[in-house]
Design a protein around this ligand. Structure first.
Ligand code: 5GP
Ligand code: ZN
Length: 152
């Protein structure tokens, strides 16, 4: 059912904003003022769930503190409950941030993918490309650059 959403929190032509607005149906499993969780329409596993902030933002780094706090609190709460609901043995929890990482829907979302012993899947390490062969000096340089980018 359609519901009024503050236009400043929505983006036109965003499929997940349309789900938040109730204009596109979804199998919603959890909802608060800040987040909504629903089953992925094309699941990688039984119970594959997407958790999204209701306010539109493309990148995880675009989320304000309220949205990111609510998003990760929901992921923390939902992950074990989803596993239990589908009797899973584990779960992969991940975000495709940006097209290069495989993001297709430009509204930040966290995938919770239940995993089952012997399901033939792979760990999250499998998402990377060819592993770089970094020397200790190069690793030190990366650590310095990342620390500077974080601390300013
Ligand atoms: P991404 O590659 O952007 O991280 O993943 C987007 C996910 O959204 C995909 O797993 C895809 O199956 C799911 N998805 C795309 N459109 C819809 C939709 O309209 N409804 C639901 N429930 N899931 C969708
Ligand atoms: Zn959106």
């Amino acid at each position: 059912m359609s519901r009024a959403v503050d236009p400043s929190r929505m983006s036109d032509d965003c499929i997940f904003c349309s789900i938040v607005a109730g204009d596109i149906p979804a199998r919603t499993v959890h909802e608060t003022d800040e987040v909504i969780a629903f089953l992925d329409a094309n699941p990688l596993a039984r119970g594959h769930t997407l958790v999204i902030p209701k306010a539109h933002a493309k990148h995880i780094g675009d989320l304000n503190e309220t949205a990111s706090g609510a998003l990760f609190a929901a992921v923390t709460e939902l992950t074990p409950r989803i596993q239990s609901a589908v009797d899973a043995d584990g779960a992969n929890v991940g975000i495709n941030d940006g097209e290069a990482a495989g993001q297709e829907v430009p509204h930040a979302h966290v995938h919770i993918i239940p995993r089952f012993e012997g399901d033939g899947g792979a760990p999250i390490h499998a998402v990377g490309g060819k592993r770089p062969n970094l020397s200790d000096d190069e690793l030190d340089e990366v650590a310095t650059a990342v620390t500077a980018a974080i601390d300013g």
